[in-house]
Design a protein around this ligand. Structure first.
Ligand code: FES
Length: 161
């Protein structure tokens, strides 16, 4: 069995009598458990079969949410907030620093496959703007210096693991 099918099946097992209301939770879990943090066509087909829903319906619903990706992403997904409160407190400078440090544009993945850079709307932590998330961890009160340190630290941890 393909690795991909294994992780999708593991998620679907957690929702034995799933209904349409569980769709977003299921898609979220599948994306999280995928090594490339995305929803493949095969995974979406499996979800459609599991829920007894139309594949086009599932794709249409999923594509409505910016948190879902339909192409493979890096090991770590950086999502920097570009909503006005963060913008007012320097999100543009922070984003530029990320672009410089990573050497990629928004929507791209580093050549080593380690980071994908994305923007997001409000992450719900405006009190510590400007903010970003890397995977499930939130980082606030960002400065260009902190950005360089955070990326460097993740790179070091990854090399060590
Ligand atoms: S506006 Fe950036 S976290 Fe809310």
């Amino acid at each position: 069995m393909l690795n991909e099918e294994v992780h999708v099946n593991e998620v679907l097992k957690k929702y034995p009598s799933a209904t349409r209301e569980d769709l977003l939770d299921i898609l979220h879990d599948i994306q999280e458990s995928d090594p490339h943090h995305y929803l493949s066509d095969a995974a979406l087909s499996d979800v459609a079969a599991h829920l007894g829903m139309d594949l086009a319906d599932i794709k249409g619903t999923a594509s409505f949410y910016s948190m879902f990706s339909f192409s493979p992403r890096g090991k770590h997904v950086i999502r920097i907030c570009d909503s006005p409160p963060c913008q007012l407190l320097g999100a543009t400078t922070i984003l530029q620093k990320l672009i410089d440090v990573l050497g990629i544009a928004v929507g791209e993945t580093t050549s080593d496959g380690l980071f994908t850079l994305e923007t997001a709307s409000c992450l719900g932590v405006c009190g510590v703007a400007p903010a970003m998330m890397i995977d499930q961890e939130t980082y606030g009160n960002l400065t260009p210096t902190r950005i360089a340190e955070i990326i460097e630290q993740i790179r070091r941890e990854d090399e060590a693991s």
